[in-house]
Write a protein that binds this ligand. Structure first.
Ligand code: DAH
Length: 343
């Protein structure tokens, strides 16, 4: 038995000394100390050993096992060190001056502008609300003073669903829910995706984004509307801008306006963005119709309000110099990725 043990330890020592990689060491562990490893197998002889020698024999085997384990471990540590040094000194070097892969995705330009506008309004005390994309006929039309058979319904080619609901045609569809949710004073904006059954061209999309706002308080006037819009536009265009109001028509506002902004790119001198006109039509707006307030549970004798429905896509196109609205829904990454603006 002594011989057998000596034989095993000698052969183990030799194998360990010949190991040339940490992987070799792993293999040796299995070969010698694994379930049917050579050292492990010696423990089977235990039953042939007379009782009075069992203790001594067991001790010897344990010592042997420990010796083999520590020999392998020492060899492994030595080889690992060598392997690391080899890697450091090898020809394969990482050039940390190489530019990183910039193909890491970016926010959609519409998302970027939307966030910028939201931030400006938040800084002026507005809350940002979410709206549904599938809306009831009531919220989309009736609540905002467009009753059935009203000709204004024809202004918006609507996608009707089989259950009588609609894909919201404008963010004004969220007005009623917001008026009911908050007590005045209310300052809220609500961006959202809208849908109309339109033929598409460079200026029209069947799926587009608006960013609506309502302000309701005692004595709200057109002056408030002008103030907030001017503030927002000046921050977005990073310069003091001028706005003007022209008369408009919407059933949910009285009076209704079209807000234009003096072209921030040529300061009104005339350029391709403003089609040489010096002004850019930007945002329909007006004083909230008393019936819309009433529908929202607000007494128009006590409170007044103003609202606007900014065309978010239009705002993005103006800001970035795009001239086809369809680009925004195109998934054309080459185009969309050019706009890595600060958020
Ligand atoms: N909802 C209108 C549309 O999509 C836009 C609009 C006009 C919104 C006037 C308003 C508003 O809040 O006051 O055509």
């Amino acid at each position: 038995m002594q011989n057998k043990i000596k034989e095993i330890i000698d052969s183990a020592k030799e194998k360990i000394s010949l190991a040339s990689s940490t992987q070799d060491c792993q293999n040796l562990k299995v070969e010698l100390l694994g379930k049917s490893g050579k050292v492990t197998e010696l423990f089977r002889f235990m039953k042939e050993i007379p009782n009075e020698q069992k203790k001594e024999f067991g001790q010897m085997l344990n010592n042997l096992k420990t010796e083999v384990e520590s020999l392998i471990l020492a060899k492994e540590v030595e080889l690992e060190k060598a392997e690391i040094e080899n890697e450091i000194n090898s020809a394969e070097k990482i050039d940390i001056t190489l530019p990183v892969d910039e193909n890491i995705g970016s926010l959609h330009p519409r998302t970027i502008i939307q966030k910028q506008i939201e931030d400006v309004f938040i800084s002026m005390g507005f809350v940002v609300e979410d709206g549904n994309e599938v809306e009831t006929e009531y919220n989309n039309f009736t609540a905002v003073n467009v009753p059935e058979n009203h000709p204004a319904r024809d202004m918006q080619d609507t996608f009707w669903l089989n259950n009588g609901q609609v894909l919201k045609t404008h963010t004004s569809a969220s007005q009623n829910r917001i008026l009911k949710k908050y007590n005045p004073p209310i300052r809220a904006i609500f961006p959202g995706r809208c849908f109309r059954n339109e033929n598409t061209d460079a200026g029209h999309e069947n799926t587009f984004f608006q960013l609506e706002g309502v302000i309701v308080d005692k004595d709200v006037s057109v002056g408030n509307l002008i103030y907030f819009m001017k503030e927002m536009l000046s921050k977005i265009f990073k310069k003091e801008v001028e706005v003007r109001l022209r008369p408009g028509f919407f059933p949910f506002t009285e009076p209704s306006f079209e807000m234009d902004v003096r072209c921030p790119f040529c300061d009104g001198k005339g350029c391709p963005t403003c089609k040489q006109g010096g002004w850019i039509e930007l945002c329909p707006c007006g004083m909230i119709h008393p019936q819309v307030l009433r529908n929202g549970g607000i007494d128009p004798e006590k409170y007044s309000g103003c609202a606007f429905g900014l065309g978010l896509d239009r705002m993005v196109m103006i800001s970035l110099g795009l001239n086809d609205i369809r680009d925004l829904n195109s998934g054309n990454l080459k185009l969309l990725k050019q706009f890595k603006l600060d958020v």
